[in-house]
Design a protein around this ligand. Structure first.
Ligand SMILES: Cc1ncc(COP(=O)(O)O)c(C=O)c1O
Length: 398
């Protein structure tokens, strides 16, 4: 016999936690892409969040080698010692963070962010984050029952999260500041004084910084400053990074976090009670990525730079668009003029130009009137897609 729950009983057993967690705003465009493709219409996608390059051969080989040698069982929860050592050495040498291997947890990047927020954000505590920002910070904070506090990052400051903007939002409930440089979706890169200023605020108000540095290496004419490298900051910064973008390893699901011993214990508890450990043979591939030749990553970034310059150049020729030249990641975030909201604009470009972009509102309220172009796609598609956008915007309803 079946018993069905009434609406009321169902409401009683469901936690309220998920009510304010939004579904991804990109779903509508993705559905439309599927619909048009099913009709045989060719769509150029500028909505992709992963490099269009293969994972370098030496990394793939290391993964295969590990599989063949039977390295297919659980590993220590925080990761295999050799990889944790290699990550700590990388953080010391490249990021000037005084990192030890025992302060590293190896885990997929997104999981690193999620575990950090779950472990360190309490019910009702406030988390300051840029807006526009990557789509998952806000929902992660809500799932932890914290309150996201968006800081408007706009064109005037080159989309940078400045200390002045952050200071306005600090209250006694502020628990964490999320930083993401280079930024998804704007490509903005924090200046040294931004990072220093935000670190000072964190110290003065006893706040934790969560620094998402996943686009660290995809950077042009700029430098990455890790907040944890500033004097006295190591204790209050969790640094997150991963292999997905730099080594074109999105499907391998490998990343890591660095946190001081005082913070890492609670984060580690979530790792043990959720995914246990990162995939064993993937960790071996991670060692090869960190210790192997740097050329594949450098060649990829050189290609991204050419594409960025091309896309920014084309946008400059379109009257109804304006753009801040991004200095990192593989996205451009132009502002458009006209009355449509960004979801309508996304649908319009799809219908009219057969180009899929990501509506700016997916990245927060202040992303409205923008769309995100990912140039992680080949030059030929970029040319055709930009031709299509230029033509479609000529006849855009004002
Ligand atoms: C800013 C930012 N952080 C984190 C992630 C998650 O990375 P991963 O796929 O390695 O979990 C992404 C992926 O798009 C991202 O753009």
């Amino acid at each position: 016999m079946y018993s069905f729950l009434s609406e009321e009983s169902f409401a009683l057993i469901m936690p309220g936690r998920m009510e304010t967690v939004a579904e991804s705003g990109t779903v509508k465009v993705a559905d439309k892409v599927k619909e048009l493709r099913s009709k045989g219409i060719e769509i150029i996608s500028f909505s992709i969040g992963e490099p269009d390059f293969p994972t370098p051969g030496h990394i793939v080989e290391a993964g295969i080698e590990a599989l063949k040698s039977g390295f297919t069982k659980y590993t220590p929860s925080a990761g295999i010692p050799e990889l944790r050592e290699a990550i700590a050495a990388k953080l010391r040498d490249e990021n000037h963070i005084d990192a030890g291997a025992n302060e590293i947890i190896v885990t997929p990047t997104k999981q690193a962010l999620f575990m950090t927020i779950l472990a360190l954000v309490e019910r009702g505590s406030e988390v300051i984050m840029p807006d526009p920002a990557w789509v998952s910070y806000d929902p992660m904070v809500r799932i932890a029952e914290g309150r996201p506090v968006p800081v408007r990052a706009d064109e005037e400051t080159g989309f940078r999260l400045t200390p002045e903007l952050v200071a306005e939002k600090i209250t006694e409930k502020t628990r964490m500041i999320v930083m993401n440089s280079p930024s998804n979706p704007t490509g903005a890169v924090a200046e040294r004084e931004d990072v220093k200023g935000i670190c000072d605020l964190a110290e003065d108000h006893n706040i934790i910084i969560l620094s998402d540095e996943i686009y660290e290496k995809i950077i042009y004419d700029a430098q990455n400053y890790s907040p944890a490298s500033f004097p006295g900051m190591k204790e209050r910064v969790v640094t997150v990074n991963g292999f997905s973008k730099t080594y074109s390893m999105t499907g391998w699901r490998l990343g890591y976090l660095h946190a001081d011993r005082k913070l890492i214990g609670d984060i580690q508890k979530i790792q043990t009670h959720s995914i246990t450990c990162a995939t064993s043979f993937v960790q071996k591939a991670g060692i090869a990525a960190l210790k192997g030749p740097k050329e594949p990553a450098e060649a990829m970034v050189a290609e991204f730079r050419k594409r960025r310059d091309y896309v920014v150049g084309r946008i400059g020729e379109i009257d109804s668009l304006s753009v801040v030249k991004p200095r990192g990641a593989f996205y451009v975030f132009p502002r458009y003029h006209g009355s449509m909201n960004s979801e309508e604009m996304g649908e319009y470009l799809l219908e009219k130009a057969h180009v899929a972009v990501t509506p700016g509102s997916s990245f927060g309220r202040f992303g409205e009137k923008h769309f995100r172009i990912s140039y992680a796609t080949d030059m030929e598609s970029l040319k055709r897609g930009m031709d299509g956008i230029a033509e479609a915007l000529e006849s855009v309803p004002r």
